[in-house]
Design a protein around this ligand. Structure first.
Ligand SMILES: *Cc1c(COP(=O)(O)O)cnc(C)c1O
Length: 402
């Protein structure tokens, strides 16, 4: 079992704030500032360049951290040990997985995705297609039409498991099996899954999986992304971004590239050691967390929120599926004045966010949100809506980040 009161005490949460946006940027683990300070002064400061061999956890060296910490994430997503590596941003990892899939399936020219996918994933696919001349294309269909769209033209199916807007969750095992029957590879983006629910990339048959660490994993703004390559492909995947740290022997300084062993070939350049220090502190918290218990707690909180809001705020329309196995750990409601309403909520200490055109999005993370937080959030939301507290010009001014 997991003691969620204990995990809550491990985060810095500003007084009076109910933070329902850990699905976008996780809060600060209390241990992170000290851990970063230690890496800065004892490691960067005192070890200087020898930190590459001596720094990091257990003095294993900064250079080994992307793989060592990759395994900690691997446990949370059901990956085989040694098959997850950290680095770069999620957009870059999407590109790498796509490019490798196309190279492994050269007879086919279509990347298939859905219209619920996060735009950056689609943009990266468009950019990759543009490097391939006229032959390749990106095809997007509605999420419910995917099964019919998995034809023998499809080289790779690229999906985000949990929809960033609605929280709708795809059936990873079923769609992966269908794609494989049709000769396509599958890339799962776990941006809204890793740390949110129990994921099983190995059991689900994923060929590649990618995700970020600054959302539910609480690694801090700009924390590096991760990539998983199935052991079926790890030693034969051609890497498209063939950087020196994915080379079999970076310090041989060969003039031509030879891919490194397994998923290490997905490394590109120098790891972000300072960012990894904060992520390392955040990942410690996960050592105490059982993912089944986390999922059960998340469903209790989201059920409580849905029931409370539906009974007191009839002007909102639920956008998230009700069925447990069809949703992640966020709840979204549609409301025409959703942007202004969210600003009014934030001004009252309930922090969620807004996704165009009309989605009010609330993330529920049992590590630091409990039932009394949910009750208070419902009460404040009810006040804002019933008393039209959102109806003020300053709440309509759109900021750069919504
Ligand atoms: C958050 C998110 C991203 C962001 O990518 P970055 O490169 O880390 O900025 C990409 N894809 C999905 C599905 C996301 O949810």
């Amino acid at each position: 079992m997991t003691d969620f009161a204990a995990t809550k005490a491990l985060f810095h949460l500003p007084e009076g704030v109910i933070y329902l946006d850990g699905n976008s940027l996780g809060p600060l683990p209390r241990s992170a500032p000290d851990r970063m300070a230690q890496v800065m002064t004892r490691e960067w400061g005192d070890m200087l360049i020898t930190g590459w061999n001596r720094g990091g956890r257990d003095s294993a060296g900064w250079m080994g951290q992307p793989m060592a910490m990759g395994d900690k994430i691997g446990r949370l997503i059901g990956a085989e040990p040694g098959h997850v590596v950290l680095g770069d941003t999620l957009s870059v990892k999407v590109y790498q997985a796509l490019a490798s899939s196309l190279m492994m399936n050269p007879g086919r020219k279509v990347i298939l995705s859905d219209t619920g996918n996060f735009p950056s994933d689609l943009y990266m696919a468009e950019g990759l297609v543009a490097t391939r001349g006229q032959d390749h294309s990106l095809r997007t269909v509605a999420p419910e039409d995917l099964a019919d769209a998995i034809t023998d033209e499809v080289a790779v199916l690229m999906l985000t498991e949990v929809d960033y807007r609605t929280g709708r969750r795809h059936d990873m095992a079923a769609l992966t099996a269908l794609a494989h029957q049709n000769g396509a590879y599958v890339i799962w983006d776990l941006a809204h899954s890793a740390g949110a629910l129990s994921v099983d990339v190995s059991g689900g048959g994923a060929d590649f999986a990618v995700g970020c660490t600054y959302k539910y994993l609480n690694g801090g703004p700009g924390a590096p992304a991760f990539i998983y390559v199935s052991p079926r492909h790890a030693d034969r995947t051609p890497p498209a971004l063939s950087g020196w740290l994915g080379h079999a022997s970076p310090f041989a300084f060969d003039l031509s590239y030879r891919p490194g062993a397994g998923v290490e070939r997905m490394r590109v350049g120098t790891p972000p050691v300072l960012a990894l220090a904060a992520l390392d502190a955040a990942l410690d918290i996960w050592d105490t967390v059982d993912m089944q218990a986390l999922r059960a707690a998340s469903l209790r909180l989201t059920d409580q929120f849905i029931a409370g809001v539906e009974s007191s705020c009839p002007m909102l329309t639920l956008a998230t599926p009700r069925e447990h196995n069809q949703r992640g750990s966020q709840v979204s409601f549609r409301f025409a004045e959703g942007y202004a309403a969210m600003q009014a909520l934030i001004a009252r200490g309930v922090i969620g966010d807004f996704r165009a055109p009309d989605i009010m999005r609330f993330g529920f993370t049992p590590l630091f949100i409990d039932q009394s937080d949910v009750d208070r959030a419902i009460a404040i939301l009810t006040d804002v809506l019933h008393n039209r507290l959102w109806d003020r010009p300053e709440y309509r001014n759109r900021a750069k980040v919504t």
